[in-house]
Design a protein around this ligand. Structure first.
Ligand code: 5GP
Ligand code: MN
Ligand code: MN
Length: 323
């Protein structure tokens, strides 16, 4: 895999890197991890990294202060898309990606159709950060690169808990740990630690959640009005849907939050029975079998009803088989 990177960087003078809109830990970790590696190993290449606003807890990672939030009018020799299942998920960076002389995509979304010139897409991989580790190899690591990639892997695996955590994930994590990083402090700071606002809005979402589909499905909604009341940003809602999924007996958790446009950002989580990626893809989104998302229009009731129409058959099919 190191070959892929060496080959593709040959004779390149400018490289752009970008991740998906509303960046999460894996997106930030893989983007700055690769950025740090390229600037260290290929100082002759001018490398830029682009992301929407980086959530505050990730600012401890080296390289996050170099992230650019706005597109520039430049034709890159190579543009690298990380952790993005489809090009529209690049947001403001999509145009730079489309204009680049050549492109690479490194990703692990099952919904990814391979939209770049070169694609390193492994749906079984825990995270894009794990794939970046495999690309640069253990000898390519230093402590700061390892910190970014460790945070990325930890976030997409629920701290090495979700079923996407493989023996390879743990092997890569061991290489990262060997750089001497302080895993406890990093994960506490970026994953577990929550602001008071985040805790309050999590509580509100849990309090107002409802069971549907014979308690196999749990739904909660946070409107713009509620977000304004708490002074919460979209990034303050991270983790709510996982907490909903932890409810005993639940197969699918649905969490909606209203966007400024009046549309709803939908987060779906499954405990394995239901393929939520297929549900999200049906409505134009994507993701993984157990974690997926989409943006939908209509009233809360319309959105929930439409989602349930696609989820219910997957749950009853299973009931039917058991009967
Ligand atoms: P989350 O619910 O945390 O926003 O996203 C869960 C997973 O689904 C992530 O892997 C994320 O990249 C993917 N995802 C979320 N929203 C969308 C979307 O609108 N389109 C696509 N293609 N993927 C999404
Ligand atoms: Mn992501
Ligand atoms: Mn990811």
């Amino acid at each position: 895999m190191k070959k892929l990177l060496q080959e593709i960087l040959k004779e390149k003078k400018t490289v752009g890197i970008a991740g998906h809109v509303r960046p999460d830990g894996d997106c930030v970790g893989s983007c700055v991890g690769l950025y740090l590696y390229l600037t260290r190993e290929y100082p002759e290449i001018k490398t830029d990294v682009y992301l929407e606003e980086v959530p505050a807890q990730f600012l401890v990672l080296k390289g996050t202060d170099q992230v650019k939030n706005q597109a520039v009018d430049q034709v890159y020799d190579l543009f690298i898309s990380l952790d993005c299942g489809s090009p529209d998920r690049l947001g403001f960076a999509e145009e730079m990606f489309r204009n680049a002389k050549t492109t690479l995509c490194v990703d692990h979304h099952i919904s990814n159709l391979g939209y770049a010139r070169e694609n390193y897409v492994v749906p079984d991989a825990s995270s894009t950060s794990e794939l970046i580790c495999r690309m640069i190899g253990s000898e390519g690591l230093d402590r700061e690169i390892a910190e970014a990639l460790y945070v990325g892997i930890a976030h997409d695996t629920g701290v090495f808990l979700y079923s996407c955590t493989s023996p390879e994930t743990m092997e890569v994590a061991a290489d990262l740990l060997r750089t001497g990083l302080d895993a406890n402090a990093l994960i506490d700071h970026t994953y577990y630690s929550k602001t008071y606002i985040q805790q309050q809005i999590l509580g509100r979402a849990l309090l107002e959640s409802m069971f549907l589909l014979d308690k196999k499905c749990i739904v909660s909604v946070i409107t713009k009005k509620v977000m304004n009341f708490y002074g919460a940003k979209a990034s303050d809602l991270e983790g709510i849907v996982s907490q909903l999924r932890n409810t005993t007996g639940v197969e699918v958790a649905i969490f909606l939050h209203e966007l400024d446009s009046g549309e709803f950002k939908v987060s779906l989580r499954s405990n394995g029975l239901v393929d939520v990626s297929s549900v999200a893809q049906y409505f134009g989104g994507g993701g993984h079998v157990r974690a997926a998302g989409v943006t939908m229009q209509g009233s809360v009731h319309d959105v929930i009803n439409n989602l349930l129409r696609k989820i219910a058959p997957q749950i009853t099919e299973e009931d039917g088989e058991k009967a």
